[in-house]
Structure formats: structure tokens, C-alpha cells
Design a protein. Structure first.
Lengths: 64, 561
């Protein structure tokens, strides 16, 4: 069973974060939420491993 | 009664004021702050006579730039004034991040030992400037002119004309070169009509220096996002010398800067930080906004802009003062060579090229920090809070938390002064990087690699045993060139010094490791302790070509091999 990777995978984490935030700049809350939903679907399909996605969903729900 | 007594340096009449014709100076530095004083000392130590004018006659009003970074301390050590700063300052290397009422994680800025200087010291800007002034006063090449205000500046092809206002009226002098280090509201910049463009951040911060009875926090940088004692904002607490604490609180764009400065507004906020029953004295309060902006070019003919006069960044990351000092470090050896006729004036264009890279990097990095600390918009805030929630348990998210990326020296690459690598090196400071320090033995006594460099070009030759007579002659000849390169043999164990060459002992292998050195590896270092070329095998002709390139005497495309 594949494990979710929680060590950093980014060579330059700040570049990634800026890209993410810039994508949302100037959008309404609804537009942002729609982008987030589509992004999750796209990346989940890319991962394709339900064990990994299940673990990620579990960790994401903690503390919420 | 404050913890610091401001010195009064006093105005004195100078020879220029009674001269029959405007006297000509080699270099006039405008502004006796961190950057201007650093530049003046550096030039004076290189044999250049410098006049420094400043409109005030004391040091920085307020503690302002308190975090002095390792690289900055190494520069001041080269200038002979880091020791009192290190003794007076607060050494720290740990930062902690909090989100609401929870500690999220801690970070260590200097996980590796074996360096002369710590990652940071905290020392109020007025102390730093006082030590710099004391150093400058000890150098006969520097004339400090207090209460001499720049009142006019006209740049000509071959000189700069300055008008200076004093308590005794106005005088005129000229200079071959002017270093404009007169701060964010630079008069020199305004007089030259130069645009200072960028972005204003719509937020306000309260900054306070507080003397507290009994240390409430450890000697660490503590940063809170949305803490219970200051809901909705960010907070930063940091220790300084003399029992002072720096408190930085985000107030938001709608806060009124005047009323927020009043004690009846400030004291309840500080009680919330330190506890209601903690006794403290408020020494200094300021409410500030900030901006990221820069001049398009740092060199305008014979006027060279440095520090805040050239570029301004948000304060998160301590990149204002530190990058300004590094500007001076980059500029002064070039200016000294040009003044001595050892390099063409075009070498100064590389100051603009290299420090523009640094300014752009600092603007980018501090803008990102600001966007994380003060997220604009619901999506940005949502991601910020999600990152902070994840960071407590998941390492990847810690890399995304951004409370300020603390100042590190810029890699000047690409630069016209670098000779690109032809040989393979694994990591280690490459062309354009600041040289890394390492513990050594010099003449049997513990010393530091950077401390053994003499302020000119240096060559590090790594050997594993006796150096052949041929190699020793070639190394010795480097020091006899018109622009000498001082050779230093780095050996694993005490060895005889062939032909009077200096041999230093890499007692624990740190230098070899940090420079990925093999026997025969040669590093060429510039006067500002930056690597400009390196090879696996020492070739005197390649060294000469690299020195020509690093001093603007050979165009980058004229590759000698």
C-alpha cells in the first residue's frame, strides 16, 4: 500500500505557494471554491491511488 | 529614561567652507547610516579618502533594523568592527511559529557549527551605527561631517557638484564619485529626479521597544498568526540588547496611525502580549506601513545608490539593512580599483547588475512573506490557515509557512564578473556566491578562513601534502601581478610553507568539505569574499584571465583557456 508523502516534494516551496495564491487573485469566493474543487479532482486523478487519496482526505479532515 | 544615551557628534566647520574654489574629493558619501558608514570604512581601508555628510549629528533614531545577519557580520569583521557588536548583541538562531493558541513548529537557522558568526545577532541600529562611527573615527582617511545637509546635487560627465547646507550656511564641493546612502526618502534620488517605483502594502504595523522586568520569552524569534492576545493579526516578539524586547503587531489598514501610537492604546496591547501584571517601560513606538520598490538602475553615471535609497522592501526577513550593507560590500572594492586606475569605470556597471539581482530577490521574497502574513482575500486566507493547521504535524507544510525568510547572501549569478565552472563541483559556493567560513589553524592558533583573507583578491589552493616547487613558484607569482592575488594554501595538517607562502590548516576537514575540495582545487575570491572562479587544477593563466574578467578588464566572451 502506498503511503502519502508528507515530506516536502518541492524544490522551491515558495514558488508553488505564490502560483497557488496568484491563481485566486481577484476572484470571488464562489469562483475560488470552484477552482479548488476542480484542482482537487485533477490532482486526485493524477495520483490515481485510492489509498493515498483516502489518507490525504483523512489528514485534511483532522482539526476541522 | 531610556536604555540608550544618544551620542552627539557635533558640527564642526570644515576646510571646504572657507576654500576659495570648490574643493574636489575622490568620494563623497551622503548619509552616515548603516550603509554609508560601512561604505566609508571599506573605502578608507582600501586607501581611498572619503568625506561623509549627514544632516543629523547622532545615530539612528529608534532601534529600527535590529537583526544583523551572519554575512553582514562577516563584512563588518573584515572592516574591523564586528567584535563589539557580537559582544553587545543577542545571539539567536531558533525561531518558533504559533497559530492561534498552539505552537506549530520551531526552526533552527544555523544547524551546523564551525562558523565564526551566528546566523543572526539582534542589536539595535543605534548601537550598530555607534560602533561604525567609532571605527570610522579611527581611520584618518574618513572625514565625518555632521549637520551637513545635501542641498543640491548636479551630476556632470566627469564630476558631481554638491551643495551642502550647514549651521554656518551653504558651501559647494565636487566629487569624482558620490555614494547616495541617504535612506528611503533619499534627497539625492529626489534631486536627480529618479523614479522610485513599486508596490505599497495596504496594512499598518505597530512596532514597539519595551523594557521588561524579567525575561518572559526565551532568546528566540517568536511569531504568531492570529494569536488569542491579538486576534486577527500577526505578532512578533524578539529580544534585543539592554533588556529590550521588540514587539511587532499587525494593526490592519484601517488603523489610525496617530491614535495607535498613544500610550493608552499601546499599553493594553503590550499587556496582552506580556501579561497584565508584567512591569515594563515603553521606550519607542512607531506605526508604519511598508512598500517594495526600487530604482530602475543603481548607477547613474558618477552617482551610486545603495541601501534604502536604492531599494526598499517589507521588513519581514531583515532584508533592508542587511542587503544595504551587502550593497556597500559589493560596491567599494570596485570603486577603489576604478579610482586607482586598476579597473575601467564600466566595472561599476556590475554593481548595478549584481545588486539588482539581490534587490529583485529581496523584493520577491519579502512580497511573498507579506502575502502570507497579511493574506488579502478569502482564498488566500483560507490557504494560509490550512497550511498552518497542517504544519503542526506534516513537514511539507512547514516549508510553506512564511513569517519572513531571513536574510541570506544573494548568489550573484549570472554576473559578468563570474567565470563559469568548467569542472564539476558538488554544491559548495560557486561563482557569484559569498565564500563560506570554516575553522582553521593559522600559525598554530585557531582562526577562521574568512578572517585570513586580506581585503584583496585571494586564491585558496587545497593541498593534501607538500606543494611542488613549480606550483609554489606559480602561486607566489600571483601575489606579484599588477592586481595581486594573495595565495593561501589550505592543508590538512601543518606543513612547511614553501617560498614564504601562507599555509593554513584545515584541522577538522570543514574547509575541504564546504568547498567540495580535492587536492589541487583552486578557488579565486574577490575582495568582497565572493567566489568568482574555481577549478579542479590550478592554472595560473586561467587565474589571470578570471581576475581580468572579475575586474571588467576583459569582456566576458573573451574566454582564455
Amino acid at each position: 500500500m502506498n503511503k502519502l508523502r508528507t515530506e516536502t516534494a518541492f524544490e522551491r516551496p515558495d514558488d508553488f505557494y505564490e502560483l497557488l495564491i496568484e491563481t485566486h487573485r481577484g476572484l470571488s469566493d464562489e469562483q475560488s471554491a470552484m477552482i479548488n474543487a476542480k484542482l482537487i479532482l485533477l490532482l486526485s486523478n493524477h495520483i490515481g491511488d485510492l489509498d493515498v487519496i483516502r489518507e490525504a482526505l483523512h489528514l485534511a479532515k483532522q482539526g476541522v | 529614561m531610556g536604555s540608550y544615551t544618544y551620542p552627539k557628534f557635533g558640527y564642526r566647520i570644515c576646510a571646504d567652507q572657507t576654500a576659495p574654489a570648490p574643493p574636489r574629493h575622490d568620494v563623497v558619501v551622503v548619509g552616515a547610516g548603516l550603509v554609508g558608514l560601512t561604505a566609508a570604512i571599506d573605502l578608507a581601508l582600501k586607501g581611498v579618502r572619503v568625506v561623509v555628510i549627514d544632516d543629523d549629528d547622532t545615530v539612528s533614531q529608534g532601534s529600527r533594523s535590529i537583526c544583523q545577519a551572519k554575512r553582514t557580520l562577516e563584512i563588518w569583521d573584515r572592516l574591523g568592527c564586528a567584535a563589539p557588536m557580537l559582544a553587545k548583541g543577542i545571539t539567536w538562531q531558533t525561531g518558533k511559529i504559533f497559530f492561534r493558541d498552539r505552537k506549530v513548529f520551531a526552526f533552527d537557522l544555523q544547524p551546523e557549527g564551525g562558523h565564526r558568526f551566528p546566523a543572526f545577532i539582534n542589536l539595535q541600529q543605534y548601537w550598530v551605527e555607534q560602533y561604525l562611527v567609532e571605527r570610522a573615527q579611527s581611520l584618518p582617511n574618513i572625514e565625518l561631517r555632521w549637520r551637513n545637509r545635501l542641498a543640491g546635487l548636479t551630476a556632470h560627465e566627469d564630476h558631481v557638484r554638491l551643495e551642502v547646507e550647514t549651521p554656518d550656511g551653504r558651501y559647494v564641493c565636487t566629487a569624482d564619485w558620490v555614494i547616495a546612502a541617504d535612506g528611503a526618502r533619499s534627497t539625492a534620488r529626489r534631486m536627480m529626479g529618479l523614479d522610485f517605483r513599486g508596490k505599497v502594502f495596504e496594512d499598518r504595523f505597530l512596532i514597539a521597544d519595551v523594557r521588561v522586568d524579567g525575561a518572559k520569552f526565551p532568546t528566540e524569534r517568536w511569531f504568531w498568526f492570529d494569536p488569542p492576545f491579538h486576534e486577527g493579526g500577526s505578532a512578533l516578539v524578539h529580544r534585543q540588547a539592554d533588556g529590550l524586547w521588540r514587539v511587532d503587531l499587525q494593526l490592519g489598514w484601517t488603523a489610525d496611525p496617530e491614535s495607535e501610537k498613544r500610550p493608552e492604546r499601546v499599553i493594553p496591547r503590550l499587556k496582552a502580549v506580556f501579561g497584565a501584571d508584567t512591569a515594563f517601560d515603553l521606550e519607542w513606538v512607531s506605526v508604519y506601513t511598508f512598500q517594495c520598490r526600487r530604482l530602475e538602475r543603481f548607477r547613474h553615471g558618477r552617482v551610486l545608490f545603495a541601501g534604502d535609497a536604492a531599494h526598499q522592501v517589507s521588513p519581514f526577513g531583515a532584508r533592508g539593512g542587511n542587503s544595504g550593507v551587502q550593497d556597500a560590500d559589493n560596491l567599494c572594492w570596485k570603486l577603489a580599483l576604478v579610482l586607482k586606475g586598476l579597473a575601467p569605470g564600466t566595472l561599476l556597471d556590475s554593481y548595478d547588475a549584481e545588486r539588482s539581482l539581490a534587490a529583485d530577490e529581496n523584493v520577491l521574497i519579502t512580497t511573498r512573506s507579506t502575502d502570507f502574513i497579511t493574506p488579502k482575500g478569502a482564498a488566500s486566507k483560507l490557504f494560509r490557515d490550512a497550511v498552518l493547521q497542517l504544519a503542526e504535524r506534516h513537514p511539507f507544510a512547514r516549508h510553506l509557512v512564511n513569517s519572513g525568510r531571513l536574510s541570506l547572501p544573494t548568489l550573484h549569478d549570472p554576473s559578468p564578473l563570474n567565470t563559469p565552472d568548467r569542472d564539476a563541483f558538488a554544491g559548495a559556493p560557486g561563482p557569484g556566491a559569498a565564500a563560506t567560513d570554516a575553522p582553521l589553524l593559522c600559525d598554530g592558533a585557531p582562526d577562521w578562513l574568512l578572517g585570513t583573507l586580506n581585503g584583496g583578491f585571494s586564491g585558496l589552493y587545497f593541498s593534501d601534502g607538500p606543494v611542488s616547487a613549480d606550483t609554489a613558484s606559480q602561486l607566489a607569482a600571483l601575489d606579484q601581478m599588477p592586481l595581486p592575488v594573495r595565495p593561501l594554501i589550505v592543508a590538512p595538517a601543518p606543513a612547511p610553507s614553501p617560498q614564504g607562502l601562507r599555509v593554513v590548516v584545515d584541522r577538522d576537514g570543514s574547509a575541504r568539505r564546504r568547498y567540495d575540495a580535492l587536492p589541487g582545487t583552486f578557488y579565486l575570491l574577490r575582495p568582497d569574499q565572493h567566489v568568482c572562479a574555481r577549478w579542479r587544477r590550478f592554472d595560473p593563466r586561467a587565474v589571470t584571465a578570471a581576475v581580468d574578467r572579475a575586474t571588467g578588464r576583459a569582456a566576458p566572451h573573451q574566454e582564455h583557456s
